[in-house]
Design a protein around this ligand. Structure first.
Ligand SMILES: Nc1ncnc2c1ncn2[C@@H]1O[C@H](COP(=O)(O)OP(=O)(O)O)[C@@H](O)[C@H]1O
Ligand SMILES: CCCC(=O)OP(=O)(O)O
Length: 355
């Protein structure tokens, strides 16, 4: 019997939805969200009904009978650090998603919505490879301040999915390859993959790497501390400058890379310079991960929405192709990867992990 799944992938700048019959995509939709639209909501959980309506509207517009679903799968959010895999959405997992035990990100809504919709029609709900998958080698955790270790928060689902796709395409096991994966979406993460593990990665949310459409990435520590104690801003306001209102949003007032490129091409020098700076920072992150892998790299894989921009890829190649050849998978394989995670469990090929 075939298995029909509803896949829910909330990102910082988009909501992506897919309906699959086994591995076959029946239909999908990507809705992009501006920062104004998202910033009406004080907290991530407050966006639940807004994001849910996008899903129900899509199913209605396709005359799809929701009761024909066998499973609902959501992108996994800011839980405690855990190994990769497929997890059933239990009450404990749900409670940590609602709280956002490691922080606030749209992915927290994936499991919450999957559970709500799954329960309403009496089918199971899962998350797969959440953004907190943690495979860091011990020395990658050092920050220089023992109370502030570096953490693994990144596009784990897509980084793993594209790395495995590349391995399959060249006919080698993923576990045998040394890869640098560069995901450029609302957040940016650059990870070093060795022996099938992401042994080091720049934290895509409030961490240490390149800036992104809506995040600051690493900032000068001293200046940040002064800002925190200036009395001008609340904790929430400072955090908002780093996550949400940072990056291209801060420099140019948009989180849309297509808009940045359009302005740069029309002669807007500010946009052109910010774009150059972004590319420089991403290339520097690739260089760092090249050292993590001792300079022995099979391939650099570039992915995420921004990888649709051919000019972005060309510019990154100019700075970093001397390290290793590039393979580009624009967008992401997340919907299929989520569907496959649930299928493996429902077909008895893998046991669902318990959070
Ligand atoms: N054709 C394109 N060229 C360049 N950038 C693009 C293109 N399509 C989407 N993007 C950019 O990709 C970013 C979103 O990437 P995506 O991976 O969909 O993000 P998320 O899942 O974090 O919401 C946005 O800045 C968007 O403008
Ligand atoms: C929280 C890490 C993953 C991430 O940044 O995802 P988006 O690019 O979808 O915001």
């Amino acid at each position: 019997m075939s298995i029909k799944s509803l896949i829910i992938n909330p990102g910082s700048t988009s909501t992506k939805i897919g309906v699959f019959e086994d591995e076959t995509l029946l239909f999908e939709e990507t809705l992009r969200h501006s920062t104004e639209e998202i910033s009406q909501y004080a907290n991530i959980v407050d966006q639940k009904d807004f994001r849910k309506k996008i899903i129900t509207d899509l199913l209605e517009s396709r005359n799809f009978d929701i009761k024909s679903l066998n499973v609902v799968v959501g992108r996994g959010g800011m839980l405690k650090p855990i190994p990769g895999g497929t997890y059933g959405v239990t009450e404990a997992l749900l409670a940590d998603l609602r709280k956002g035990v490691q922080g606030q990100h749209a992915s927290n809504l994936g499991g919450i919505l999957a559970k709500e919709i799954g329960d309403a029609i009496g089918v199971p709900s899962y998350i797969v490879d959440p953004v907190v998958v943690d495979e860091l080698m011990p020395i990658a955790r050092y920050s220089g301040v023992p109370e502030l270790p570096r953490v693994s928060i990144f596009h784990a689902l897509n980084q793993k999915a594209v790395a495995k796709r590349y391995a399959k395409e060249i006919g080698k096991p993923y576990e045998s390859l040394r890869l640098i994966v560069v995901h450029m979406g609302g957040g940016v993460s650059v990870g070093a993959h060795e022996n099938g593990k992401v042994i080091d990665v720049f934290n895509a949310l409030d961490g240490d790497g390149a800036f992104s459409p809506e995040r600051a990435g690493g900032v000068p520590n001293g200046a940040l501390i002064k800002m925190c104690f200036s009395g001008k801003y609340s904790e929430k306001e400072v955090y908002g400058k780093l996550v949400g209102k940072g990056g291209f949003n801060a420099y140019l007032g948009t989180n849309d890379m297509r808009e940045v490129t359009k302005r740069a091409n029309e002669g807007d020098e500010k946009a052109a310079e910010a774009k150059e700076a972004f590319l420089l920072q991403v290339a520097k992150d690739i260089g760092s991960m090249a050292c993590v892998l001792n300079g022995k790299i099979d391939q650099i894989i570039v992915t995420g929405g921004i990888a649709y921009g051919a000019d972005v890829v060309t510019a990154l190649k100019e700075r970093a192709e001397w390290i290793a050849p590039f393979t580009v998978y624009p967008g992401e394989d997340e919907l299929l990867a989520l569907a496959q995670g649930a299928l493996r469990v429902l077909r008895g090929e893998e046991e669902a992990k318990i959070y």
